[in-house]
Ligand binder design. Structure first.
Ligand code: PEP
Ligand code: MG
Length: 576
């Protein structure tokens, strides 16, 4: 049994065998076979060589068409590996001699070849290692009957173990089969972690090198609340964790009792508690957890896991569905926020050295008015089916906001011309997630109907800490006095200009901050559905007077650690 420590990314405990995803490894368990099965194993091996050959020839044809003959020739070397008599004969003779499964023998022979090649001082032969690796994986995939490994087609409950997962990998996961995931890299507010919360599966990220201690098939306990992964636990540990799992469920049930009640403080102030969603599929979960609307619809996820970009009609139907389902509650659609750690195959976005500071979000949309307008028109058209609001991400200046609004006006004008109805009063807001926007919140407030504070980005930009980098995760401190001061000044600027202000970053779902945010005057909290009942419960346990005192005291402290321990103790008192 070994215990690995990572970053707690999505809460909960689950226990299942490890499924290694991504970097495929030649780690096939050895299984003895009977002598009479040898011909069958040989046939299986030959069939997989033929299937692999077919795959490579098809790939070669496609590359020739798309990129040219020269690039396609690279695959000739791959085809040669498949015809290597020495390799094939060695597999067959070892199969006859050792009488174990052919995938295991093939992987062992391949490993031996790779080892031999890597020791040879010959540039050409060294380059062949990559070919061997590539072809080897293809043959093994065919031998094991795994056409293309995808998290969509899993057949049994597993914990996905990967170096990294992209937000689209996570979005495509088979919810019933993936019961947790652990990754080598990543941070608490990376979009991969955010997706885990939406899917309601525990996740531990940022395990670093220690992740290599996990082998395919190892039994894992994933504790996403504490950020711990236990490999091959003993009976006693399993028992303790099963009990802990029960306890967590009990606590969740206590919070669920208030899920359909409004979030009214003890002295009568009503707060809106809404949910964040990435896909319309999450609406049932929002309802189950008592979300009073959608405070952030991350519309870019609609583009993921598909070949072509969605059409205006598809956008329209998705927004109409969400608007109708959530009626009479509001739904805030955030316009396309690409870039950073979210990329799409449909758009040819250049590789950047610092994507979080690059061609992201509103910058991409303003540079691609056709893509932007298609989405805006769809939102406007859907606005008559419920209470839709729209919000721009990553606004850094009044100029950007005005440019976006000019395009929005053009869309409205186009719709008026064709007599297409839309909500003329549709509220338009901005995310405050860049320090320049926070510092000019008083100016921006005069131009919009609302703010939503995006702490995930605001913290990374204010503290200069990449939100996806596990190496600097210890510096990603929502309780940092700089962050609290910024939040206070944004809320004050909004209220001084008579607009409401919400928060849709992960901080809004972190229970230790609830009293402080309430005390600072936040009007709306938006979060992964799972967190809604607990936050409602806390809001209902506090008075404004008490919350203001807590906020004042938290703001007087000088370090994030001091703020955190102060808030922990306050939360304990509130929940006692
Ligand atoms: C944020 O930055 O806080 C936010 C809510 O947006 P996203 O996490 O999608 O960047
Ligand atoms: Mg953001």
């Amino acid at each position: 049994m070994i215990t690995l420590k990572g970053i707690a990314a999505a809460p909960g405990i689950n226990i299942a065998p490890a499924y290694k995803f991504g970097k495929e490894e030649f780690e096939i368990p050895m299984q003895p076979i009977k002598a009479e099965d040898i011909p069958l194993q040989i046939q299986l091996f030959e069939e997989s060589l033929i299937a692999t050959r077919k795959e490579i020839i098809e790939l070669q044809k496609r590359i020739a068409q798309e990129m040219g003959q020269e690039e396609a020739q690279i695959f000739d070397a791959h085809l040669l590996v498949l015809e290597d008599r020495m390799l094939i004969e060695e597999v067959i003779s070892r199969l006859k001699k050792d009488q174990v499964n052919v995938p295991y023998i093939f992987s062992e022979v391949l490993k031996k070849y790779i080892q031999v090649f890597s020791k040879i001082e010959d540039e050409y032969l060294r380059e062949r290692i990559a070919d061997l690796n590539d072809v080897g994986k293809r043959v093994l995939r065919n031998l094991l009957g795994k056409e293309h490994r995808s998290l969509k087609d899993l057949q049994e409950r597993v914990v996905v173990v990967a170096h990294d997962l992209s937000p689209s990998d996570t979005a495509a996961m088979h919810k019933q089969m993936v019961c947790a995931f652990v990754t080598d890299i990543g941070g608490k507010t990376s979009h991969t972690a955010i997706m885990a919360k939406s899917l309601e599966i525990p996740a531990v990220v940022g395990l670093g090198e220690t992740i290599n201690k996990i082998k395919a098939g190892d039994m894992l306990i994933v504790d996403g609340t504490m950020g711990v992964v236990i490999v091959n636990p003993d009976e006693e540990t399993l028992r303790i964790y099963r009990e802990e799992e029960q306890k967590l469920r009990g606590v969740a049930e206590k919070f669920l009792q208030v899920k359909d009640l409004p979030a009214v403080t003890l002295d009568g102030r009503t707060i809106d508690v809404a949910a964040n969603i990435e896909l319309p599929d999450e609406i049932p979960s929002v309802k189950v957890h008592g979300g009073q609307g959608i405070g952030l619809y991350r519309s870019e996820f609609f583009y993921m896991n598909r070949k072509d970009a969605p059409t205006e009609e598809e956008h329209f139907h998705a927004y109409k569905y969400v608007a109708e389902e959530m009626k009479p509650y509001p739904v805030i659609i955030r316009t396309l926020d690409l870039g950073g750690d979210k990329f799409l195959s449909q758009f040819d976005m250049p590789k950047e050295i610092k994507p979080f500071l690059g061609w992201r979000a509103i910058r991409f949309c303003l540079a691609n008015p056709d893509i932007f307008k298609m989405q805006l028109r769809a939102i406007l058209r859907a606005s008559v089916y419920g209470k839709l609001k729209l919000m721009y991400p990553m606004i850094t200046s009044i100029d950007e906001l005005k440019q976006a609004n000019t395009i929005l006006e053009e869309c409205k004008e186009e719709l008026r011309k064709i007599r297409q109805p839309f909500d003329e009063e549709i509220e338009v807001g901005v995310m405050i997630e860049v320090p320049s926007a926070a510092l000019t919140a008083d100016l921006l407030a005069k131009e919009v109907d609302f703010f939503s504070i995006g702490t995930n980005d605001l913290i990374q930009y204010a503290l200069a800490v990449d939100r996806t980098n596990e190496k600097v995760a210890y510096l990603y401190e929502p309780a940092h006095p700089a962050v609290l001061r910024m939040i206070k000044s944004i809320i004050d600027a909004a209220h001084a200009n008579n607009i409401w202000v919400g928060m849709c970053g992960e901080m809004a779902s972190d229970e230790i901050f609830t009293p402080v945010l309430l005390g600072l005057g936040l009007d709306e909290f938006s979060m992964p559905s799972l967190a809604v009942p607990q936050i409602k419960y806390i809001l209902r346990s506090l008075s404004m007077a008490e919350a203001r005192k807590i906020a004042e005291e938290a703001l007087s402290l000088t370090t994030a650690k001091a703020v955190e321990s102060f808030m922990q103790s306050k939360l304990k008192e509130i929940l006692k």
